[in-house]
Design a protein around this ligand. Structure first.
Ligand code: ATP
Ligand code: MG
Length: 503
């Protein structure tokens, strides 16, 4: 062990099994640092939760005021040499060589406190040698390498306010997943990219080979592959008679076109028209509702894009770029479509274990949604509840956790939280994340961009990390604001000149 950092002191109700203070030797202790000390048969581990400074020359306001009216205390007394630092430590547990357990006895006053050794700290926090390298922990030379299984199997939520670094962290996670070797276990990754932020992966010299980008507008599914239940989920307002007609028409088509390679929307409409139902009113209303789906142009006769069966591959990234799509409803329908097919194919073992990453997840699994807005919520909640048995993982990203389905959020066993300042969001996160106590919650508002706290299944204790830099190129759609403004004016000038020249 290196030089001790300081010595445990006896103070009011401390040392206890949950907290102790120590006087720091020199000045080398920082808030957030991990410390250890010999304790009974093992090592007691703790986390410096606060650092205080004291100096008895300055304890009495009256005498400070008095001296400062004159030449000042520091000019008359050796005040500097009386300053000392006290670190307050929150006890995390005891390591007895192989196991971590709770502390049943406090450390003794007078015990020497040391900085945590990297190896022990690694296993104490639950990091893994070949885990996903997401960043580093503050004040220690220990990379945050998180076990993939612990991070993803029971789902992950990345929560923070806008601009705090969620997408950056998600990109780092993708890089790690794409860099894994077969022997370590590789999952397939599907990203619902709302703003077209992940396209850079396709142009990257390393990751480009493993990336496929599909434009949202090109997503298509053969009508033949859509079962009546799914279609009814997309059209929640259908009345019972309308549902009957739709079911009748679809199953009739399925029967009569068994040998055809597909059927078109027109044929579906024709099947409805010829359905053996007396009320034309019902048929008309159903056709009106279906025309909305038609307008979204993703139901095809034969075309299937993406071909999930072949395009979802281990260690590969499939990006669904939703940035060209304006309609939220269309986006929800597509998420519902893709998530349903993924989960089904995975349950049948036809595609590898996968992670489905959804940006702006509150728009796709909204807590208080109107029926028509809830199309994709059911399947997201289903995967959240049942996915882990089948190797179907979710990574939900949201800047509005208050609006995110509590069912989905509570099934995300790991939360990575970056900066959040809105008190409502903070309360909600605190309620839905086990392991966030008032002290941790307070530090969430103080996080800087790129700093995160990890809580839950993936780590043994909540841990603060600085997210590492990206390796892949960041390539966002849309130029920065000033560029767009310059371009606009330049174009306007050009146009004016052209008009002048013409006249
Ligand atoms: N760990 C980091 N290191 C360096 N730069 C970072 C880090 N995290 C975020 N950034 C930068 O901060 C900016 C905002 O990050 P990002 O786009 O990831 O935020 P966000 O939380 O996804 O925001 P939004 O809610 O608007 O989608 C970006 O320019 C990004 O490159
Ligand atoms: Mg983002």
């Amino acid at each position: 062990m290196s030089e001790p950092l300081g010595t445990v002191i006896a103070a009011d109700e401390s040392p206890s099994t949950s907290e102790f203070s120590f006087v720091v030797k020199g000045k080398g202790v920082l808030k957030g640092q991990y410390v250890q000390l010999r304790h009974g048969e093992g090592l007691l581990f703790g986390f410096v939760s606060e650092v205080f400074k004291a100096n008895r020359y300055y304890e009495r306001a009256e005498s400070v005021a008095d001296f400062e009216r004159g030449p000042g205390i520091s000019n008359q007394f050796p005040t500097d040499s009386w300053e000392y630092v006290i670190a307050l430590v929150k006890v995390l547990g005891v390591f007895d060589g192989g196991r971590f357990q709770r502390a049943f006895m406090p450390p003794s006053p007078g015990a020497a406190v040391y900085g945590a050794e990297p190896d022990v700290l690694r296993s104490f926090l639950g990091f893994e040698e070949n885990g996903l390298f997401l960043g580093s922990i503050e004040h220690h030379d220990v990379p945050a390498r998180i076990s993939m299984t612990r991070l993803l199997q029971k789902h992950l939520a990345i929560l923070a306010m806008s601009g705090a670094g969620k997408s950056h962290l998600a990109s780092v996670l993708l890089e790690e997943l794409l860099s894994r070797e077969q022997k370590d276990g590789r999952v397939a990754v599907v990203v619902v990219d709302i703003h077209g932020e992940y396209g850079g992966f396709a142009h990257d010299p390393v990751f480009g080979k493993k990336t496929t980008v599909i434009e949202g507008g090109d997503i298509a599914i053969p009508l033949k592959k859509v079962n009546p239940e799914t279609m009814m989920e997309w059209l929640p307002h259908l009345s019972a008679p309308q549902r009957d007609v739709l079911r009748l028409a679809l199953s009739g088509l399925r029967e009569s076109k068994k040998d055809a390679d597909g059927y078109s929307f027109k044929e579906l409409i024709a099947a409805i028209d010829s359905a053996d139902v007396s009320k034309d009113e019902v048929k008309r209303a159903l056709k009106r509702s279906l025309s909305e789906l038609k307008r979204h142009r993703f139901l095809s006769r034969k075309t299937e894009n993406p071909k999930l069966l072949t395009q979802v591959r281990p260690g590969h990234l499939l990006i669904l770029d939703f940035s060209p799509i304006d309609s939220l409803r269309k986006k929800q329908i597509l998420v519902s479509l893709v998530a349903r097919r993924l989960f089904l194919l995975r349950k049948k073992g036809k595609i590898p274990p996968f992670m489905l990453l959804i940006e702006e997840a509150h728009n796709f699994a909204r807590e208080k949604a109107e029926e028509s807005e809830a199309v994709s919520r059911a399947i997201i909640e289903t995967i959240a509840r049942e996915g882990r048995k089948f190797g179907a993982s979710l990574c939900l990203i949201s800047q509005r956790p208050v609006n995110l389905s509590t069912t989905a959020l509570s099934q995300c066993n790991t939360h990575i939280i970056l900066r959040v300042t809105n008190p409502n969001d903070l309360d909600h996160i605190q309620m839905s994340s086990e392991g966030i106590d008032a002290r941790v919650a307070k530090s969430i508002t103080g996080l800087k961009v790129g700093e995160a706290i990890l809580v839950g299944e993936a780590v043994n204790y909540p841990v603060f990390i600085s997210v590492r830099d990206r390796k892949s190129e960041k390539r966002e759609k849309g130029a920065p604001l000033h560029r767009q403004a310059i371009e606009f004016e330049e174009n306007a000038e050009k146009k004016a000149k052209n008009v002048e020249a013409f006249l």
